[in-house]
Design a protein around this ligand. Sequence first.
Ligand code: FES
Length: 146
Amino acid sequence: MNAQTQRILEKLDRHEALVTGRGQVLGQIVFCEGCCCGQTGKGFPSLPRDWLKQQWKEEKLNRSVQLTISGCLGPCDLANVFCVISSEGLQWFGGLHEQWQYDLLLDWALASRDAGVLFELPAELNHHRFERFAVPLPCENGVDPV
Ligand code: FES
């Protein structure tokens, strides 16, 4: 067990709140590169993984908008998928297939970094949004469905 894990376990034993040193990040963008997203050999659009990593590194964007490239996020039927995580919650997008879409996301991340606030995602991507999880049915006559 490393020192970091030891420190966390000690805090948990003392019932202390966990605090991350990376809590100043505005948000996180997670691009899927799993079994479908980015898998050109299966006929899916490519994910500009190296370009994204290079841009984020050169611009030191991880300090404000953290970049993660993940395994399968789940909704493979909407490949290529990405999501944005922030204090506002989760936003999901699918069907990315062209470089200009990634260019827009880079511009968004740069602008958010420079302003110190996470801006709304580019409106040009609004039709790529989707609901990831089931939305509860509304109550009828104030009675929850059982
Ligand atoms: S591979 Fe991207 S959602 Fe499954």
